[in-house]
Design a protein around this ligand. Sequence first.
Ligand SMILES: Cc1cc2nc3c(=O)[nH]c(=O)nc-3n(C[C@H](O)[C@H](O)[C@H](O)COP(=O)(O)OP(=O)(O)OC[C@H]3O[C@@H](n4cnc5c(N)ncnc54)[C@H](O)[C@@H]3O)c2cc1C
Length: 462
Amino acid sequence: MNALVPSDIQHLVPAVDGAVLQPDDQGYEVANDLYNTTYRHRPAVVVAATGVADVLAAVRFAAARSLPVAVQATGHGPSVPTDDAMVVGTRLMTGVRIDPVARTARIEAGVRAGRLVREAAQFGLAPLNGASPLVGTVGYALGGGIGPLGRAYGYAADHVRELDVVTADGELRTAAPDRNTDLFWAMRGGKGNFGVVTSMEIDLFPVSRLYGGGLFFPGEAAADVLHAYRKWTTTVPENMSSSVALVRFPPVEAVPEPLRGRFVVHVRIACSGSAADGERLVRPLLGIAPVLVDTVRDMPYTDVGSIHQDPTRPGPYRERSTLLREMTEDTVEELLRLAGPGTDCPVSVVELRHLGGAMSRSPLHANAIGFREAQFSVFTVASAGPDRAAVVDGAQHSLVAALAPWRLGGPSPSFLGASEADPRHVEAAYEPATFQRLREIKAGYDPENIFRINHNIPPAVH
Ligand SMILES: Cc1cc2nc3c(=O)[nH]c(=O)nc-3n(C[C@H](O)[C@H](O)[C@H](O)COP(=O)(O)OP(=O)(O)OC[C@H]3O[C@@H](n4cnc5c(N)ncnc54)[C@H](O)[C@@H]3O)c2cc1C
């Protein structure tokens, strides 16, 4: 139970420039309207923060009343309902400043990937963004961040240089390689457990174009495509990032023909080498089976968001993920048995993302991302309301369980969703010693666990 008395809010309102919204206020419903609609959130109060001062006022107010605090940017990474908590919304904090000489970007908490990509592209630079332009850059980086340049340069978290964060004691701290180093280590991977990030500084890379896009094959060719893709990934250089997904498209107009209502295999390509190298590397894939749609081309980096074609519409998405040490012929057969042609798998997307490369190496400044020897991430997602939730959860559970012989660790911190908010899942996302250290650091910075409306890492108890 929280200790918020509605009239108490009058003490918060004058301290905040942004809106302070309670359930009966106009704008409250819109503020809780998120990308993932699995939950209908009913927080006690939403603070639509406009800057550091607003976040400080909000966290101080909540901490004084032992009110749990949730941070929300876009709603792409749901965990638990925010009911009766304070939500600090960061959508209005959209400042971006590129330093083309230092090749860095300073980003406020509400900036989405697409915006950052466009800003950096003005200088021929690129961030380590993920697949969807709509995902928040801070939430993504705090979970690790596996993107189209991942094999070439590493996890997004590996290239966070500095974080400004409001911690549970209501102080603004800078976490950097030489300041609050424990916090700096923990936040890069430990997600939103340690405070509200108001801004961060990240590295940018001299990438202005990609050879990339998607190859869609008919679902009936899934066995040939998956086996060939598996072998192909053992031959490609680090500048080739890719994934393959078994996709069951709904029969809706938003999906273009010839994909509408079809079961297909979607190979996604992002090669940061030359167009000639990209073409040469992709060529063997073209001969696997008839290609339904081929969008692979030399593209400006600003088109990177078109490669995966992630859904942009809000929905009740249910997600499960894991990491694989290796993918063998038997792994492929197991996937085909549960999600291949002829099965009635209710999971719309089963994706295998090729890891390794720079993601397998420790970054300059160590962080909480582990299991770096993993060669693939497996990510499954389906849009399912309450009527289909149990069926989808069951199928996702079976898929992840069937991959046990090849698994390494549990879910990937990057892809933790609402179905993985259970403490067992969160713990499994980290190497055991890492999880213990995260709990110790949490106990130092947030002993009351006010930041618990997330994929929670509970403070260590002594
Ligand atoms: C369509 C789609 C595509 C995706 N593609 C990729 C991908 O390619 N690679 C990848 O690695 N991941 C990917 N993800 C996962 C995504 O990175 C995570 O879900 C991430 O947490 C989303 O962050 P957000 O801020 O957009 O979402 P939100 O739901 O707003 O936030 C998620 C959580 O992040 C934390 N958080 C956000 N902002 C802050 C802040 N300022 N301070 C402290 N904590 C904060 C909070 O704990 C919050 O609960 C994808 C997700 C979706 C739905």
